[in-house]
Each structure stands twice: as structure tokens, then as C-alpha cells.
Design a protein around this ligand. Sequence first.
Ligand code: ARG
Length: 263
Amino acid sequence: MPRLLMCPPTYFAIEYEINPWMSRLRGADPKLAEAQWTHLRDVLRRCGAEVELVEPRRGLPDLVFTANAGLVAGDRVILSRFRFPVRSGEEPVFRDWFATHGFTVEELPPDAFFEGAGDALECGEHLFCGYHFRSEIRSHDIIARLLNRRVLSLQLADPRFYHLDTCFCPLSAGQAMYYPGAFDEYARRVLAAHISDLIEVSEHDALRFGCNAVCLGEHVVVPTGCTQLVADLCSRGYRVHPVNLSEYLKSGGAAKCLTLRLD
Ligand code: ARG
């Protein structure tokens, strides 16, 4: 059974601006955010996931984005080092959660910015890590050494797609969807060289966070409005579940950012 870590959106809000999607002038509706999060959690459960929770904290509005807690590898976790001080208060919260739930917590040097599963995704045997806007490429070498495995570094090139999980989503070994415009030329070549079935996501669907999907076997939970993407996934035999996450898009996040795979 896939295990996912989530955090209820009790204190979720747009309190600062650290990516092009966020504007304090365009706040999230707390009631709607709560309803959308609860619906996402229920859909994920129906798709077979077991959901574990980290307790929300006042003053940490982005704690809901548990994908950024760290990178889980078996019973170890490489804890995130957030680039922006407004999010670094999340580090001790996630450190405590992992430590009290049986994980060995590995810490990176203070300036080796790395934003966890938001910038680190496995596709089959390959570990891809994004860098530039949030994570530092320097962190990739440290991660490779800690995990004793090769890291394929991908440079992100469009500030709207500032985390790897906003523009790339592995579906199964050798299959992933991605928005090519978010990557630099070399990163696109690295992806093509290692993944045989790369499903191109249109700019229209990418801007609706189509790549920020949660894949659980044959089920794919995607934000609403991604028409072409839904058709492409259905034609490949996936069961697609669109979920409205409008309030989280205002923060630059969607389905995948709101979860962290623990198994
Ligand atoms: N407002 C958050 C930030 O800018 C959103 C994080 C989205 N997380 C992700 N894994 N893409 O940090």
C-alpha cells in the first residue's frame, strides 16, 4: 500500500511571494482550500493510498506542501534545506516528524539548498534532481554520496516551473510526462536519453499544473482543466481523477506538492 504524508491546510495562506504564482493581493479562500484538500485526501485514499498526517503549525502557511519535507529513501530521509527563510521554519517540524516515525534523518550543510521530493523524482532506476530556482546543484553531489547512487541533474529554465515536480512526473519505469519548455536544452536531452516514453504536456495543461500529478499505479490524480493530458493518460490505460485545487495553484502548488511518498 502506498503511504503518503500530508498536512491539513489549517494555516495555509498566501503570506509572502516566493514564486511567480504567489501574490498577497490574491489570497486563498480558507474554506475552499480546506474542502479541496479534504477532497484530494479522500480521492487518494480511494486510489489505495494510506495517508499519514503532520500537524499544521501557525506561521508556516506552506507546511501543507509536504513534497518539500525531504527525500525519502527506505528508512532514511534527506531533510530539505529551504532556499527562502520564510520556509526554513518547516525544517524542524519535518525533522521531528521523521525522527518520531522511525526514519534516520540526514542533514545537508546549511547553504546546500535542496527542497526534497519537490526537486527529486525517481523514474524506474533513475533519480532525477532539479536545480536552479530552489535547489542548488551542489546538493546533488551530496545526495549522490549519501545514497550511493547516481543523480541526473536537470536545470530548470522557466521561473513558473521552479520545482522539478511542477514540470515532470514519472508514471512508471521508462514512462513520464513533462513540459519541455521548463527545461534547458541539455536537461531535455538527459530526459530523452533515459526515459523511452516521454509524454509531452502542452503549455496550456502545464500552466494548470498538469505535471503536478500523483501517480498511484494505474491511478493518476491531476488538477482540473488539463484536457489534452487527461486524454493522453486515458489512451495509455490510466484511470485519471481530476481534482480542483484552485486555491493551491495561487501558491504555486497542486496535487503532487501536497503529498510526500513515504514508502
Ligand atoms: N508556495 C510554495 C513555495 O513556493 C509552494 C511549494 C510547492 N511545492 C512543490 N513541491 N512544487 O515554496
